[in-house]
Design a protein around this ligand. Structure first.
Ligand code: SAH
Length: 218
């Protein structure tokens, strides 16, 4: 594993410099996590050489691993300091999960496709992460038994911010979620203050659909 990691270290440094720092991401902890996590291990072998490119990649079932910059942008918006309990919807490749596990106390992650979840679980376990709880199911309902969360990150696009996420966010908590139609969305950040979610838009994005009770129909 360590030899493999070294092979891609320069690619990872370039990714952080040219795609992430250059576009204004400043949170040192986020930059450090992205320098550390071996992104190439979260894609299939045939795509490894493209893993540090400035684009999303397919991970099967019509789903994708997010572009590195988008991972950095969303993670920075969560303002993680290290003691948070984070809910992630859409485990996907598990790459974003690893970044969160580096930066927070505990990550609760939900994925709807069994095959995708198993793959993510396998690599995250192999990499030694012990602060992640996995769930198979409809993440649009959140995870009421583990709420409240200090941060919620949704890596699939929703028609609006699902009410369960607002309910399950702690006072002062942050949520980052792409909201729009199937084809284009805006990344929204919300902060819960006095029980009310105060939102702002970050930038235009394109994600795969969040399907489920509070998402799109399949
Ligand atoms: N952060 C991931 C992004 C994966 S794409 C990565 O970078 O690899 C979005 C993921 O959301 C897909 O794996 C898809 O299966 C999942 N998804 C879509 N709707 C969902 C739902 N209702 N509950 C849980 N996961 C969902």
């Amino acid at each position: 594993m360590s030899e493999e990691r070294d092979l891609y270290r320069v690619a990872r440094q370039r990714m952080v410099e040219n795609q992430i720092k250059a576009r204004g991401i400043k949170d040192e902890r986020v930059l450090k996590a992205m320098l550390k996590v071996p992104r190439h291990l979260f894609v299939e072998e045939a795509l490894r050489d493209q893993a540090y490119g400035d684009f999303p990649l397919p991970i099967g079932e019509g789903q994708t691993i997010s572009q590195p910059y988008i991972v950095a942008l969303m993670t920075e918006a969560l303002e993680l300091k290290g003691n948070e309990r984070v809910l992630e919807i859409g485990t996907g490749s598990g790459y974003q999960t690893a970044i969160l596990a580096e930066l927070a106390l505990w990550v609760y992650t939900i994925e709807k496709y069994p095959k995708i979840l198993e793959r993510a679980k396998k690599i995250l376990t192999k990499l030694g992460y012990k602060n992640i709880t996995f769930r198979l199911g409809d993440g649009s309902l959140g995870w009421p038994e583990a709420a409240p969360f200090d941060a919620i990150i949704v890596t699939a696009a929703a028609p609006q911010i699902p009410q369960p996420f607002i309910d399950q966010l702690a006072e002062g908590g942050r949520i980052v979620i792409p909201v729009g139609d199937e084809f284009s969305q805006v990344l929204m950040k919300g902060i819960k203050k006095g029980g009310i979610l105060h939102t702002q838009t970050i930038e235009a994005v394109r994600f795969v659909k969040l399907v489920g009770a509070y998402g799109f129909k399949e």
